[in-house]
Design a protein around this ligand. Structure first.
Ligand SMILES: Cc1cc2nc3c(=O)[nH]c(=O)nc-3n(C[C@H](O)[C@H](O)[C@H](O)COP(=O)(O)O)c2cc1C
Length: 199
């Protein structure tokens, strides 16, 4: 019988509340992915602050990023990962600023591309990616802007291959206890993690 390859999955957690909706969604995804045989690491952007890019361009001249925050320590984890999972609450209809800042810093891991496709100026190591999000509202358009940003940036521009999303609407606002445990989203995240690389 053929055994599915073990994948290295890096989950980047941009949620603010320690045991909030997003943290719970992440832990169910992780449980599923580990049961699916994969090796998973979660990096919290609250505990590991990553600031937005300054645009100083030092990194384009062979230097590590000049900013003394957690990003340079996360770079080897990004490089080693097969799949990067972006986890975020919906803040003002898009990903949290922590996730946005983290993605801005990909600027310093870009490589030169002598023959870039139309509309791209550099290349990135090809990886898989996924999106886990929670929100208070649950309309058909609730995640539209966040998904559009993810799709444009991570898939169309950076060139990652989307493995899927769990968009968990209706988890309650932050003016109270997380309510994701009243929804079916935790189970969905577990199943998504378990089957993210079907045999
Ligand atoms: C600053 C802020 C902005 C938010 N913006 C939205 C929003 O645009 N749409 C929405 O449905 N929920 C919004 N919410 C609610 C959160 O997305 C929701 O409660 C989420 O599940 C919180 O995640 P957490 O429990 O991991 O902190 C916002 C909450 C905060 C604190």
């Amino acid at each position: 019988m053929e055994v599915a390859a073990v994948k290295k999955i890096l989950v980047v957690q941009g949620g603010g509340r320690a045991n909030g909706n997003t943290a719970q969604l992440v832990s169910h995804f992780v449980k599923g992915a580990e049961e699916g045989g994969h090796s998973v690491e979660v990096v919290s952007l609250v505990r590991n602050e990553v600031k937005g890019c300054l645009g100083c361009n030092a990194c384009r001249y062979g230097k590590p990023c000049v900013q003394k925050d957690a990003f340079n320590d996360i770079v080897p984890k990004i490089k080693a990962a097969d799949c990067i999972v972006f986890a975020s609450p919906l803040y003002f209809w898009t990903v949290s600023s922590r996730i946005k800042a983290f993605i801005e810093r990909f600027y310093c891991i870009a490589e030169e591309d002598s023959n870039p496709p139309l509309g791209r100026y550099e290349k990135y190591p090809v990886k898989d990616c996924a999106l886990l999000m929670t929100s208070a509202d649950d309309f058909f358009w609730t995640f539209e802007q966040a998904v559009s940003y993810y799709q444009f940036t991570m898939v169309n521009y950076i060139g990652y291959r989307d493995r899927g999303m769990v968009l968990a609407g209706g988890c309650g606002d932050t003016n109270g206890k997380p309510q994701i445990d009243r929804t079916a989203h935790l189970q969905a995240a577990y199943k998504f993690g378990k089957n993210i690389y079907p045999e």
